[in-house]
Design a protein around this ligand. Sequence first.
Ligand code: IPE
Ligand code: MG
Length: 222
Amino acid sequence: MDGNGRWAKKRGLPRSAGHTYGAQTFRTITRYCSDIGIRYLTVYAFSTENWKRPAEEVSALMKLFKQYLNEALTDFKDDSIVVRFIGDTSAFSSDLQELIERTERESAERTGMVLNIAMNYGSRDELVMATKLIAEQARDGKLSVDDINADTISSHLYTAGQPDPDLIIRPSGEYRISNFLLWQAAYTEFIICDKLWPDYTTDDLDEALREFSSRNRRFGGV
Ligand code: IPE
Ligand code: MG
């Protein structure tokens, strides 16, 4: 969900205002994805590198996360959306962690779209975590080194049990992956959209899905 800061700057507003508008887009796009039958949606809300931002911006984002999760708890109540968090959420304040746990718990039994919210997520961190878990099992004799394969790695990531993404859409015209789902995205289709995230609409998503469906995916075959 990139481009909130630039969106605000263009309007002479503080960056935090861009995040507030971006949060509204998040809500619209999430609801739309669920309505049209998307099974898994992952949004990149906060990366392991985003802590480098000015303290004022980080605290504005934390405030927004709290407000949004509180709203999501009531807002998504009659919804079928399963909310999951990917990333190291132990770095957040205890009240935010509590909200994260409550949101996951209260939506766990639902059967609709799985919404992964990536918070304090970084793909390299995720792979380090998985490597440690696998190494511990090998050390303790629970896993033989010869049995380690790609599935072993996939099943130790935050996204364990979920399919690899079919499509990644990056708004704001940046041509980078920025430490997002590096392992999972081995054969993911990539679409760059020039629009800044607060301006992103359901029509833009429809257009991306049309383009996606016209792509010829070969997964390394012919
Ligand atoms: C939102 O966009 C991404 C978050 C980390 C919340 P940015 O804040 O990266 O906006 P730009 O890239 O500076 O425009
Ligand atoms: Mg950015």
